[in-house]
Design a protein around this ligand. Structure first.
Ligand code: PAF
Length: 279
């Protein structure tokens, strides 16, 4: 695997590839798990060259404590990427990615950027869009791969590609889960033993909503909420049942079939998100 830490050499290497060679791109913030690696494998199956990036993007963290504690495991990540046959790793330094005092552009694409994660983490998607635009402009991928666990992020990236007419095919990988159902996430490593046992309730709530997808949105909401009640380690931010495409909330009296349920909850000091299509 070739490793680039600077933008210029990465661009030079990629522009020297044959024009007909397809490039698959897997942007990540590292602390890789099987979900990331499966995206790399998907990319390898469909592209001539697979590029992964690891960059803990400071502008998408609205909470400095979350940024400070974000797991960083570069040496292990490199071994894992080698094992799945990733061709190129790009892990730039923040001072080359961002100019000092660079103003971060703000994007308001309605519910897609401003509901749910956008509402609870103000500026988060401005940071995500900014870094993904930069990475896309340097890597110029044929296909780019994102995990469906960050459902709203997938919707934001789709909107980005459409609005800016980017010639990039988007592929969204299924959420990989631990044996008990907890969605794989880089943040899971920060859970204590007790928190890890409780964290499974996030996926349990979603699986129950999925099993009862004919129920009304109000009923689904209420039954999901019971999974978090009376447990002081949980601090629920949202349970939402929304339209799959535009993320607007489903009316309480509508059956949930075909919608998507999303949950964000603090479990101790770790913020967990998960989502599931209800059908
Ligand atoms: O999903 C992530 O890991 C990040 O949000 C991304 C897409 C790599 C941008 O920093």
């Amino acid at each position: 695997m070739l490793v680039f830490t600077q933008i210029g050499p990465l661009k030079a290497y990629l522009s020297n590839q044959k024009p007909q060679q397809s490039i698959g791109f897997v942007p990540t913030m590292g602390a890789l798990h099987a979900g990331h690696l499966s995206l790399v494998q998907q990319s390898k199956a469909s592209n001539d060259l697979t590029v992964a990036s690891i960059f803990v993007n400071p502008t998408q963290f609205n909470n400095p404590n979350d940024l400070a504690h974000y797991p960083r495991t570069l040496s292990l990540d490199m071994i894992l990427l080698e094992q799945v046959g990733c061709d190129v790793l790009f892990c730039p330094h923040a001072d080359e990615v961002y100019e000092s005092n660079e103003a971060i552009e703000q994007y308001n694409w309605g519910a897609i950027t401003h509901s749910l994660e956008g509402a609870y983490r103000p500026g988060h998607f401005d940071g995500v869009i900014t870094i993904v635009r930069k990475l896309f402009s340097w890597v110029r991928p044929t296909r780019a791969y994102f995990g469906k666990k960050d459902y709203q992020q997938c919707a934001v990236i789709k909107e980005l590609v459409n609005r800016f007419h980017l010639p990039i095919m988007l592929e969204f990988g299924e959420t990989l889960r631990e044996v008990d159902g907890l969605a794989m996430s880089s943040r899971n490593t920060r859970l204590s033993v007790e928190e890890r046992q409780l964290a499974v309730r996030v996926s349990k709530a979603l699986f129950e909503a999925k099993a009862n997808h004919q129920q009304l949105a109000s009923e689904a909401h209420q039954s999901m909420a019971t999974f978090f009640e009376g447990e002081p380690l949980f601090r629920l931010e949202y349970i939402a049942i929304v339209d799959q495409a535009n993320l607007t909330p489903l009316a309480p009296n509508k059956p949930t079939t075909g919608s998507v349920a999303l949950i964000a909850v603090w479990c101790g000091n770790v913020r967990l998100i998960d989502s599931m299509i209800l059908q």
